[in-house]
Design a protein around this ligand. Structure first.
Ligand code: F6P
Length: 362
């Protein structure tokens, strides 16, 4: 009898359930329904720490293809605090190892992004059999071409920009759509291109407000009354980017004090300089919600079933990833702590520029 633990950690996304379904169906196919027991930990690593789990059955994994969120719940357990005892003095790492051993698990499957895979690697280094699966709408996980959740989030953010397009053109306004992505611009870049944004601002290409204004005015002069900006939540000006770490932290804290988010600061500057009406739309967590798109359903099913295969082969300590359309494995120790960001000189940026999109840097 194989005994497998599974958890979903960090910010949720649309295809977590589909991925778990893939793992479970794969395991049931390989070992038979009676040959495997799956333990689902509640709210991510917390469930593993505090022995909060559910014994899952095949029926739990049924009907999940179109269900967003996670049937196990998720939470953030910051890696930087993982070695610090909890409020009751509990050693979190020892507690997780204890639960794993007490349940006599053969493997722990971790569906998570950057921070979660760092903890997965730590547990692997501590001697547990761990397999990681690459989740995040941000697509910033190193070692995989794409993460599940990313394409679904692009679809949501693109829908938002599409809706903004019609109202922006009716009123001849400037609209900023603020898009998630933490420190990476993948989501903004892709939704911006798909939604036909005129200006895309991402953290990897610090912007210059003069260049942003220049593009807005060029559009006005050429008869376009409206302009749409896709702005990453982590977009940063060239001025702030040039500061040392301490100064930058101070500058960002000042913006956070004065505005609901960075997009509002950019909006205020555009109004001040052009006198035009500017509106900001922040779709926020909508981008992580709803039904997984078809691409993610396929990707998650492939990743999940491959994780089951890897378990059957006894290959642990890896992230199951996708590279060049093939499902591969990458050692967790190589993935841990690395961020995958947009290459400012990459092809997609050049292609976007050829479309006439400004990145606010010329
Ligand atoms: O990592 C996914 C993500 O949605 C980021 O894009 C965003 O910065 C962050 O999570 C929001 O976190 P929270 O859900 O904790 O507000």
């Amino acid at each position: 009898m194989k005994r497998i633990g599974i958890l979903t950690s960090g910010g949720d996304c649309q295809a977590l359930n589909v991925t778990m379904r893939g793992v479970a169906k794969g395991l049931y196919s390989i070992y038979g329904r009676e040959g495997v027991e799956i333990f689902g930990f509640i709210d991510g690593y917390k469930g593993l720490m505090y022995e909060d789990y559910r014994k899952m059955t095949p029926v739990d994994f049924s009907g999940l293809l179109t269900v967003g969120g996670t049937i196990l719940g998720s939470s953030r357990t910051p890696f930087k605090l993982i070695r610090e005892p909890d409020e009751n003095g509990l050693d979190k790492v020892e507690a997780m190892k204890y639960t794993y051993r007490r349940l006599r698990l053969d493997c722990l499957v971790v569906l998570g992004g950057n921070g979660s895979q760092k903890t997965a690697n730590l547990l692997s280094e501590e001697g547990l059999n761990v397999i990681g699966l690459p989740k995040t709408i941000d697509n910033d996980l190193w070692g995989t071409d794409t993460t599940f959740g990313f394409q679904s989030a692009i679809a949501v953010a693109t829908d938002v920009i599409d809706c903004i397009h019609t109202t922006a053109s009716s009123h001849n306004r400037i609209f900023l759509v603020e898009i998630m992505g933490h420190k990476a611009g993948w989501l903004t870049l892709n939704a911006g291109i798909a939604g036909g944004a005129d200006i895309i601002l991402i953290p990897e290409i610090p912007y210059n407000i003069d260049s942003v204004i220049k593009k807005v005015e060029e559009r006005s002069r050429s008869g376009h009354g409206f302009t749409i900006l896709a702005v990453a939540e982590g977009a940063i000006s060239q001025e702030v980017a040039a500061m040392d770490k301490k100064e930058r932290k101070k500058a960002l804290a000042k913006i956070a004090k004065e505005y609901p988010s960075g997009s509002y600061e950019i909006a205020a500057k555009i109004t001040e300089r052009t006198g035009k009406e500017v509106r900001v739309t922040v779709p926020g967590h909508m981008q992580r919600g709803g039904v997984p798109c078809a691409y993610d359903r396929v990707l998650s099913s492939r990743l999940g079933t491959t994780a089951a295969l890897e378990i059957s082969k006894g290959n642990f300590g890896n992230l199951v990833a996708i590279h060049d359309h093939k499902i591969i494995t990458v050692p967790l120790k190589e993935v841990a702590g690395k961020l995958k960001t947009v290459d400012p000189t990459g092809d997609i940026i050049e292609e976007a520029r050829l479309l006439g999109i400004s990145f606010g840097d010329d």
